[in-house]
Design a protein around this ligand. Structure first.
Ligand SMILES: Cc1cc2nc3c(=O)[nH]c(=O)nc-3n(C[C@H](O)[C@H](O)[C@H](O)COP(=O)(O)OP(=O)(O)OC[C@H]3O[C@@H](n4cnc5c(N)ncnc54)[C@H](O)[C@@H]3O)c2cc1C
Length: 177
């Protein structure tokens, strides 16, 4: 076996084309809230710089870092604009060996409610494929094409993929003022 370790290069073409600035190793510059400086765009993971406790702004493409950055970016985004806080419909259930979960509106429900839905589907693995036993989870996310509001998401995956645990219930209305 020949093992060639070629390193990691951030894939930033999309953000750079949109006007984002790059820093160490060509990674996209973000602040500590993962904001890119572009309106309404937060970024996380191997494509962005890391604010290191000791080194300052550096490039640290690690899964542990990516997870934390993703949470910060997601929460920042959700708390500012997420319309699901008071109105989403969370549900999860199991049918034989399949687990399904949903939150918010499905596409036809969004259309019936007067939105202009745009839906994106993906089928990522439940964990890194380089570890054995990875299984796909089918995910559909619907937003409003006019406003960019996130409207809902549905997931289906095999039992054991923790499909039903991948959404976080929003706090009740009384605590979201
Ligand atoms: C062999 C190996 C071992 C590692 N071990 C560790 C470790 O022990 N500890 C650690 O902390 N880190 C480890 N890492 C690093 C870690 O995996 C990455 O830092 C982390 O996965 C980066 O997360 P990310 O979300 O930025 O990118 P990724 O995890 O690469 O996710 C990017 C996703 O975007 C998808 N995608 C790409 N293009 C498109 C497109 N056009 N449209 C839609 N989707 C697209 C890809 O399919 C992929 O699912 C390891 C990496 C490798 C390769």
């Amino acid at each position: 076996m020949v093992l060639v370790v070629v390193g990691v290069r951030p894939d930033t073409d999309l953000l750079v084309a949109a006007g984002a600035q790059t820093g160490p190793r060509g990674a996209v510059v973000v602040d500590e809230t993962m904001a890119t400086g572009l309106p309404h765009v937060w970024a996380a993971g191997d494509c962005v710089v890391t604010h290191h406790r000791l080194l300052g702004v550096t490039y640290l493409p690690l899964g542990t870092t990516a997870h934390k950055q993703g949470r910060v970016a997601g929460e920042k985004r959700a708390r500012r604009t997420c319309p699901l806080r008071r109105q989403s419909r969370h549900a999860g259930g199991q049918v034989f060996d399949l687990v399904a979960a949903r939150t918010g509106l499905r596409e036809h429900e969004a259309r019936a409610a007067g939105f202009v839905p745009a839906t994106s589907a993906a089928r990522p693995d439940d964990h890194k494929a380089y570890y054995p036993g990875a299984q796909p989870i089918s995910i559909r996310v619907t937003g409003d094409a006019h406003t960019g509001r996130l409207l809902g998401a549905q997931l289906i995956g095999a039992r054991g993929t923790e499909t039903a645990k991948r959404w976080t219930p929003m706090p009740p209305p009384s605590s979201t003022a």
